[in-house]
Design a protein around this ligand. Structure first.
Ligand code: RIB
Length: 329
């Protein structure tokens, strides 16, 4: 990582001049200022203002990087992290990576500069080597990266199996899966869970797996296409609740009755699922617990206290609401 001396060398000016430009105090000739700014840009130099005021002290600040703050799952998770951190006197810096690797790396660097004491990360792309090189404790939540990194995730595959089995039990004959992004591990796990069950029944057909991106809009368009091309699809297991809501909108637009003609199950258990009509049946993850457990684990790591389990897989639970039919056991 470049420092102020590298900038002064490249710009051909003194460190004091670079500092005057950075702090905007004292006169600097405009040409010199341009040279300094160009060098800062080229070196990707990030001034470390915090470092000056610190002499090896803790900042009582942690970073939380989530992939999509517009998905209600992540604010619910962030809320739990914040609640726990507040109890222990920590402040949370929330960063939204937009599922974008570059943005994620950028925030990683920025948080380093801010001397955070620890990091909670829900990532699809961060290389494990970058995490290992980070010199503060990290806890990964929601999306497993490697067994070697402290992790809290839900039982994704089991949840997907449960949802698919329930759709079959309701009498669905042709169950499709609206899957999440290829790059996201829990989307792959949920897809594998679905495939396991339909294969058991020898009903597997690749045409029944449609590609979503964990967002409503794409799910809506893909489901419109699916139900137009294959109108006999009578069950959909969506890889998350937002996609299930997109699928519901498509069915409603096509005048397909939910749940009589088409049963739909989501995954997550976000509060929004209860606010729509019909209310969404879903495989609920313990979202709040996931955030709270991750936060407590991180505090223990920061404070060098023993942690019982560095890898936790939380149970999921089916919540029956209006998008599935009642099943008699
Ligand atoms: O809804 C967003 C999805 O991305 C959730 O299912 C969660 O598990 C995350 O990875």
């Amino acid at each position: 990582m470049a420092n102020i001396r590298d900038v002064s060398k490249l710009a051909g000016v003194s460190v004091a001049t670079v500092s005057r430009v950075l702090n905007q105090n004292g006169y600097v000739h405009p040409d010199t200022e341009q040279k300094v700014l160009k060098a800062i840009n080229e070196l990707n130099y990030i001034p470390n203002f915090v470092a000056r005021s610190l002499s090896n002290k803790k900042t009582k600040t942690i970073g939380l990087i989530v992939p999509d703050i517009t998905n209600p799952f992540f604010p619910e998770l962030a809320r739990a992290v914040e609640d726990v951190m507040k109890i222990y006197g920590y402040t949370v810096i929330l960063c939204n990576s937009d599922e974008d690797e570059e943005k994620e790396k950028h925030y990683f660097q920025i948080l380093k500069q801010k001397y955070i004491d620890g990091l909670i990360l829900a990532t699809a792309s961060m290389p494990i080597s970058d995490m290992q090189a980070f010199d503060v404790p990290i806890v990964v939540i929601d999306r497993i990266v490697s067994q070697g990194i402290p992790t809290v995730v839900a039982k994704n595959k089991e949840g997907a199996r449960l949802a698919t089995r329930l759709l079959l039990k309701q009498g669905c004959k042709k169950v499709a899966h609206l899957r999440g992004p290829e790059s996201v591990i829990n989307a792959r796990e949920r897809c594998e869970g679905y495939v396991d069950v339909v294969r058991e029944k020898e009903w597997f057909h690749p045409n029944l797996i449609i590609q979503g991106n964990y967002e409503i809009k794409k799910a809506f368009h893909e489901t419109m296409k699916l139900l137009t091309e294959q109108p006999d699809v009578d069950g959909i297991f969506a890889g998350n609740d937002l996609m299930a809501i997109g699928a519901m909108k498509a069915a409603q637009q096509l005048k397909i009755r939910i749940p009589d003609e088409l049963a739909i199950i989501g995954f997550d258990g976000i509060t929004l699922g209860e606010m729509i009509f019909p209310e969404l049946s879903t495989v609920a993850q313990p979202i709040y617990d996931m955030g709270a457990i991750g936060a407590r684990m991180l505090i223990k790591l920061i404070e060098n206290s023993p942690v019982d389990k560095l890898y936790q897989q939380l149970d999921v639970q089916f919540i029956e609401r209006g998008t599935t039919r009642k099943v008699c056991d």
